[in-house]
Design a protein around this ligand. Structure first.
Ligand code: ATP
Ligand code: MG
Length: 786
């Protein structure tokens, strides 16, 4: 029939076509990278809409990153003749936010509730720990934060957690107090967005039924990385076995599951298949993304993993170029090499945005960024130290948040004395005590503080109140300009000696707000959805708290919407919007994306695979999946590199190349530097000589990075090429693998590996809190403990 001949469908293979046009019932697509899973998902949405099987309001599509969600909207907007912006397409967090904005009353939240990002969350937890007079060494705020997030992801409120020991009991107590604090301040963290909307659906049949009736088609990309709560949340929208005729399409690849460390359950795929009685699992085996060498490398690497559901991938594209391998003496030299490669690719006609530089850890980006910056190559960083996380930007946002919600204590504390207003630590302590005693916010408690300190606090709240009055009816841009002025931030940075860059960032904040307003189309009905699409049943069912969201015409003010955007989105302001820029990101945030040319950098033992994951089997398999994700991002050209030395966290590390090199097919690799140079060559030889002279590295490294001798003595990984690595013995001077050791600086640890002999002997030790380290046994004195 006509629908089958839609131009949308003409570039699909038979399996893809079947998946796109499948009947409305639960389905699972399980297929490898680049096989067109996301394309099928997007095309299916377009096809359903085009053939009138569903209206735009009846579709919900979930994906993992903001970038992926944007890409999906972009792809859709090219296929459909109407504005797709207001459709329920987004990340889990983004959709939960939208949901809670619409039901803030039922969710027991203030209408302008604010979202805590990762660092806000840690500082909020820290305040609770402090208020409870607990030891921050025993209750490390960040770790307590993980505990709380973990509980929430298991849908456990403090009362649900079973604590068997004193430590856990205390953690639960912190969790409970943290919840009270957030509630009082009208803020939610990321995990809370999910849990709160899940509970709302679970506890309100009217709301649940409304959404079940509304969403006829639910589609989830990257399903392998959903956690327990996300899956439970999905089930609220489309319960299994309800016979409601809803269609739920889950799309995933077990080999790309890379968030187990954050609670992702690859087992959700099997559960989904069983619980929804999926009749047929759709497999796609043709890869459309990459040339042969790239695919061969990916296939060979991932075949080393034992925990796999098993899939195959082939391509008709031909072998293409082999994978280029570069060994650099230092991270600085690696960055220089990247610059040369990028310039040559660009001269060869490749757009910069088709070039991606990937790394395992955010900390690696700094050196690469500065090299790009110095050579004037525009670039954009995704994730990592994001624009909205910079201190000056956070200060400005805190003032803006206080305008909307003065009870937001996190924001209050951030700026109450910034710029300085003579409000000291003691005054703030008294204020916090007073607030605690009455269960009110800091803002509400200022009048309880006597003396000069109290007067200064009142002056601060007056400043906030008067700015709020002053900005009534202003545009978002005007509001921000006003706040920057009246808060004293501009004045402060104008007189600060390092203020120039910070002023630029504040300017950029105004630009970001401007761009945001244009993009979201405030004031217009951006979506064009009929109003009755959203909440008629709700009102009828007597849920007056339900306020329609942006979709139907605005309940969120532009300021609240912008603050939300700032909390949820990675800023990408290094390059101007629309400028052709090289893309920098971690491998995690590259999931689902593709580029003509990809560079995977820092392939060194301890970095990739990451040292935290190296000591256990599951951890290593996850690192390998991560490498699989990295490789399969490349369409045409893939390059991989590693460095003999690297500055990381203020220390010089001496590296061994990643084990992943040994797991790639030799025939697909092209070494740009001679292999296995060992101590006979360049840097390594120099290093060896310097070491023997005992003169350290001062002035030696061409790249200009000089190791501090004191630090070097503390822990050293000698530049031993893997080819020279030997596993000589399980025992060395009484040390035994698997047994305890003692180190004067790092304390007790467990010996993981012993390698090399004589002056070259080295050990890998897990020191718990201090992490896993490589130690040169000729330098570090390790004593065995029984
Ligand atoms: P990943 O697992 O990395 O998320 P994926 O399975 O989602 O990959 P897509 O991103 O949907 O794969 O597709 C990979 C590339 O192949 C895209 O550029 C897509 O447009 C292209 N592609 C998919 N199917 C076809 C097809 N039938 N004909 C031509 N190109 C296709
Ligand atoms: Mg995809």
């Amino acid at each position: 029939d006509a629908a089958q001949h839609s131009p949308l469908l003409k570039n699909l293979n038979p399996e893809q076509l079947a998946a796109v046009t499948a009947a409305a019932e639960p389905a699972l697509i399980l297929a490898g990278a680049g096989s067109g899973k996301t394309r099928v998902l997007t095309t299916r949405i377009a096809w359903l809409l085009q053939t009138g099987q569903v209206s735009p309001g009846g579709v919900m599509a979930v994906t993992f990153t903001n970038k992926a969600a944007k890409e999906m909207l972009t792809r859709l907007s090219t296929m459909l003749p109407f504005n797709v912006r207001g459709m329920w397409i987004g990340t889990f967090h983004g959709l939960c936010n939208r949901f809670l904005r619409a039901h803030w009353k039922l969710a027991h939240l203030p209408q302008a509730f604010q979202i805590l990002d990762a660092s806000d969350t840690t500082s909020a937890v820290k305040r609770v720990i402090k208020a409870m007079n607990l030891d921050e060494e025993r209750f490390v705020p960040k770790q307590v934060g993980w505990f709380i997030a973990g509980c929430k992801e298991d849908a456990q409120r403090p009362g649900d957690v079973v604590a068997h020991d004193e430590q856990t009991r205390k953690l639960v107590e912190i969790y409970a107090n943290y919840e009270d604090q957030c509630q009082r301040e009208g803020v939610v963290d990321f995990a809370e967005l999910m849990l709160r909307s899940y509970e709302l659906l679970r506890d309100n049949p009217a709301v649940r039924e409304h959404y079940q009736a509304r969403f006829r088609h639910i589609l989830v990309d990257e399903f392998q990385d959903t956690n327990k709560l996300q899956y439970a949340w999905l089930k609220m929208f489309a319960p299994p076995g309800s016979g409601s005729g809803q269609s739920l399409l889950a799309v995933g690849d077990d080999d790309q599951s890379i968030y187990a460390f954050r609670g992702a359950r690859v087992g959700n795929m099997a559960d989904f298949e069983r619980e929804y009685r999926v009749k047929k699992v759709i497999k796609l085996e043709q890869n459309y993304r990459s040339f042969g060498h790239i695919l061969d490398a990916a296939n060979e690497l991932i075949s080393r993993n034992t925990q796999r559901l098993g899939k195959t991938l082939r391509t008709d594209a031909g072998q293409g170029d082999p994978i280029r391998v570069h060994e650099a003496p230092s991270d600085f030299a690696e960055a220089q090499w990247l610059i040369e490669e990028i310039q040559s690719l660009h001269r060869g006609g490749l757009d910069r945005q088709e070039i991606a530089i990937l790394y395992r850890s955010n900390a690696q980006s700094r050196v690469i960024e500065s090299a790009l910056f110095n050579s004037g190559i525009p670039y954009r960083v995704y994730g990592g130290l994001r624009f909205f996380e910079r201190a000056e930007v956070k200060h400005a946002l805190a003032y803006l948040r206080l305008l909307e919600n003065p009870n937001d204590d996190t924001s209050f504390l951030r700026v109450v004395n910034f710029p300085t207003r003579g409000i000291g630590a003691k005054t703030l302590e008294n204020l916090q005590d007073a607030a605690k005693a009455t269960g009110r916010s800091l803002y509400q408690s200022v009048s309880a503080i006597p003396g000069k300190g109290g007067a200064n606090l009142v002056a601060f709240t007056n400043l906030i109140d008067s700015t709020r009055n002053l900005t009534q009816g202003m545009t978002l841009r005007e509001i921000i300009e006003q706040v920057l002025e009246t808060s004293g931030l501009l004045e402060f940075y104008r007189t600060d000696k390092d203020g120039a860059e910070r002023l630029e960032n504040l300017d950029e904040l105004i630009n970001a707000a401007e761009a945001f307003v244009m993009q979201e189309g405030f004031g217009k009905n951006a979506v064009g959805l009929p109003v009755d699409e959203v909440a008629p049943t709700l009102t009828a069912a007597g849920a007056p708290g339900a306020v329609p969201d942006a979709e139907t015409g605005e309940i969120m003010s532009p300021l609240v919407a912008f603050l939300t955007h700032a909390s949820l989105e990675a800023g990408d302001n290094q390059a101007q919007a629309g400028q052709d820029a090289v893309q920098l990101m971690t491998v995690h945030s590259a999931k689902g994306l593709e580029f003509d040319a990809v560079f995977i950098t820092g392939l060194e033992e301890g970095l990739f695979p990451h040292e935290n994951a190296m000591s256990d089997h599951d951890g290593l398999e996850e690192e390998r999946r991560l490498m699989y994700v990295a490789i399969t991002r490349a369409r045409k050209k893939l390059s991989i590199s590693f460095c003999q030395t690297r500055m990381l966290h203020g220390q010089t590390r001496y590296n061994v190349k990643s084990r992943f090199f040994d797991e790639l097919p030799e025939t697909s690799l092209k070494w740009l530097t001679p292999r296995n140079q060992g101590f006979g060559s360049g840097f390594a030889r120099e290093y060896q000589q310097a070491w023997e002279r005992g003169s350290g590295l001062k002035g030696m490294v061409g790249a200009g990075r000089v190791a501090d001798r004191g630090q070097r003595a503390a822990w050293v990984e000698p530049p031993v090429p893997a080819s020279m690595k030997q596993k000589v013995s399980e025992e060395h001077g009484g040390l035994r693998v698997g047994k305890g050791v003692f180190h004067t600086k790092f304390g007790e640890g467990v010996l993981l590996t012993l390698e090399g002999t004589g002056a070259d002997a080295r050990a890998q030790v897990n020191f718990g809190r201090h992490g896993t380290k490589w130690l040169a046994l000729s330098v570090a004195k390790l004593t065995p403990i029984d």
